[in-house]
Design a protein around this ligand. Structure first.
Ligand SMILES: C[S@@+](CC[C@H](N)C(=O)[O-])C[C@H]1O[C@@H](n2cnc3c(N)ncnc32)[C@H](O)[C@@H]1O
Length: 223
């Protein structure tokens, strides 16, 4: 799982780098987790830092339901242009209030949902994406990475999800490529479409995709 986590981080870093390079200055990292900023084993930079390198005046909203992630976010990211909010993604009014409170929602925003939608039921994930679609300005972009059981034995996937629930006390929902693609339905998928996170990295960045649990990824625009 460690390699999959590194691939997820690397793909999100690349997405943020590309989007900031294209001129995006507002980012909402929803379920953003604990900022790592080179504190992790792979020495990877934090997404907020990646965006700042391209856009020094970027506005960054980190939102997470976990108090330790939020506390670490405030300690490690605190400063100009950063807001850290504790909120559950299933509480849509709270999520929308955080977006409106910290970003200019009349202008495009990059929303990052990295490895978090698989903690929501399908109706919860769909409601969140519908609410974002309604709220985001044209030209906004949503970046999603999502655990899939694609390529793995369904019984093994179910057993893995059950073991995760027992260990961590929260449900996790690995989904099919079709389901993960369906979450993008109201948005316009950008190339390369729905791919494994490892495929989103430049071809010379790492090994070829292998069968087994992994994350699928899409980047899509609010037209
Ligand atoms: C696997 S981590 C992913 C962190 C980061 N986005 C990444 O891709 O590396 C999942 C994060 O989602 C947060 N999370 C899970 N369920 C959530 C919910 N319902 N609302 C807000 N955050 C949630 C967790 O607290 C955790 O920080």
């Amino acid at each position: 799982m460690k390699e999959v986590t590194r691939e997820n981080a690397a793909a999100l870093i690349r997405a943020v780098h590309l989007l900031a390079g294209q001129g995006h200055t507002q980012f909402a990292d929803l379920g953003g987790g604990r900022p790592m900023n080179r504190l992790n084993d792979d020495n990877l930079p934090d997404l907020a830092t990646v965006a700042e390198a391209e856009q020094p005046a970027r506005q960054w909203l980190l939102l997470d339901s976990d108090v330790s992630a939020v506390t670490a976010g405030r300690a490690l990211l605190g400063g100009e242009g950063v807001a850290v909010v504790q909120q559950d993604l299933r509480h849509l009014p709270g999520v929308m209030a955080a977006l409106h409170g910290h970003l200019d929602m009349s202008r495009p925003v990059v929303v990052i949902l990295g490895a978090v939608l698989h903690f929501l039921t399908m109706p919860e994930a769909q409601l969140l994406l519908d609410a974002l679609w309604a709220e985001l300005a044209s030209g906004s972009v949503v970046v999603v990475t999502h655990l899939t059981g694609e390529g793995a034995d369904p019984d093994t996937v179910q057993a893995g999800a059950k073991a995760y629930r027992t260990l961590h006390g929260i449900d996790i929902y690995p989904r099919t490529r079709q389901e993960i693609t369906g979450l993008a339905a109201r948005f316009d998928l950008r190339p390369p479409g729905v791919v494994q996170t490892i495929e989103y990295e430049p071809p010379d960045a790492g090994p070829a995709p292998v069968p087994g649990p992994h994350f699928l990824m899409w980047v899509a625009e609010r037209s």
